[in-house]
Design a protein around this ligand. Structure first.
Ligand code: SF4
Ligand code: SF4
Length: 353
């Protein structure tokens, strides 16, 4: 079995156990569940997939979280769809509708309430994820790509799809877009055109994205990135041998080089066009594992950020895959020093204002 699918099955088992535990805890405490996406208060997860289906969460590798199809229905109709109603009913009965709920930040444990199917449903307006493509060259260990590739009827959104999404975002006054999900947005040859369409309808919206940097490789793509507010480049280590233990097709020199080129491009454009400054901030995303977390590696990454004007180094602690978890994160004095009591799994270190 492929290592990605092995990880997926291991995670599925953990989710099943967690589901039973959460449902039992809720029952013993006379509580039930609610979901921030389905009750309209979510700040992140609702996702338009590359085939225009809509998933309630951004980790929907097996498609269990699909609640509608944006090519057939509006966001209001999807958030009130039969599938979404079924999820709400199950949650109000103290059960979890899909295994992903057990590890989802959108899940809330709440006092019992009366489920009402005729209630007006609200579309979350804080953020929409837009997966312009499902393709990715990186093949990370914990990314169940074989599964997600089977799920999508289309590998990329068309420009017509993007326009439809942009109009709907404007209609609902959605405040931010996460322009990525289970693929690398910069694999798209149309990314500049896509971003221009979104900006045409939503000039002031906050757009953030994430890439592995391998195909952030042309002036056109740099121009697309400069239409965003933030972009993180995921490189999990300080040399190719190190990054390939997780990002199996990653190349440190290529991706790091592209990130530095982008920053030079942004700074040059901002010097030339003082009336139209790009707001883009570029961060280096670095997931910590047992093989790339030594303090000297992180200090080296910090000095590379300073030397190349990278706006931040974003350290992430992960439990996936479970056997590669960074234990230094918990016990090493270096991490205790930089975390300063912060218990979050995310630690950004800023180098620019
Ligand atoms: S996985 Fe569950 S908790 Fe998360 S968004 Fe979907 S229904 Fe809500
Ligand atoms: S870079 Fe992201 S989308 Fe690509 S394989 Fe890795 S985790 Fe999956």
């Amino acid at each position: 079995m492929d290592i990605q699918m092995f990880n997926w099955h291991a995670k599925s088992l953990i989710r099943e156990i967690l589901t039973k535990k959460l449902e039992l805890c809720a029952k013993l405490n006379h509580k039930v569940f609610s979901c921030k996406v389905l009750n309209g208060t979510s700040e992140y997860d609702l996702s338009v997939n590359s085939d225009m289906t809509i998933s309630c969460n951004c980790q929907d590798f097996d498609g269990a979280g699909k609640i509608g199809d944006f090519s057939l229905n509006s966001l209001e109709e999807i958030i009130s769809s039969q599938k979404a109603e079924k999820f709400r009913k199950i949650l109000s009965d103290g059960k979890l509708p899909i295994p992903n709920c057990s590890r989802c930040s959108e899940l809330e444990i709440v006092p019992p309430y009366k489920y009402q199917s005729e209630e007006k449903r609200i579309v979350p307006t804080k953020n929409l994820m837009v997966e312009n493509t499902i393709c990715c060259a990186c093949s990370c260990l914990a990314c169940a790509r074989p599964l997600v590739m089977k799920q999508r009827k289309k590998l990329a959104l068309t420009l017509e799809d993007i326009e439809k999404i942009a109009i709907e975002i404007k209609k609902h006054n959605i405040q931010s877009i996460s322009y990525f999900n289970l693929g690398d947005p910069f694999i798209s040859k149309n990314i500049l055109e896509e971003l221009k369409i979104i900006r045409k309808y939503n000039p002031d919206i906050n757009i953030g994205s994430s890439t592995n940097g391998l195909l952030l490789d042309s002036e056109e793509k740099f121009e697309a990135a400069c239409l965003m507010n933030s972009l993180v480049v995921s490189i999990d280590g300080i040399n190719t041998k190190m990054v390939r233990k997780y990002q199996r097709n990653q190349n440190f020199e290529t991706s790091f080089g592209h990130m530095c080129e982008l920053i030079k491009y942004r700074d040059k454009q901002n010097k030339m066009n003082t009336n139209h400054l790009s707001k883009l901030k570029v961060g280096w995303n670095y997931i910590l594992f047992s093989w790339n977390d030594k303090p000297e590696y992180i200090k080296k990454a910090m000095s590379l950020c300073k030397a190349n004007n990278i706006d931040s180094l974003n350290l992430w602690h992960t439990k996936s895959p479970f056997w590669a978890t960074s234990w230094r994160w918990y016990v090493d004095p270096f991490y205790k020093g930089i975390r300063k009591g912060n218990n979050s799994q995310y630690l950004p270190i800023y180098f620019t204002k």
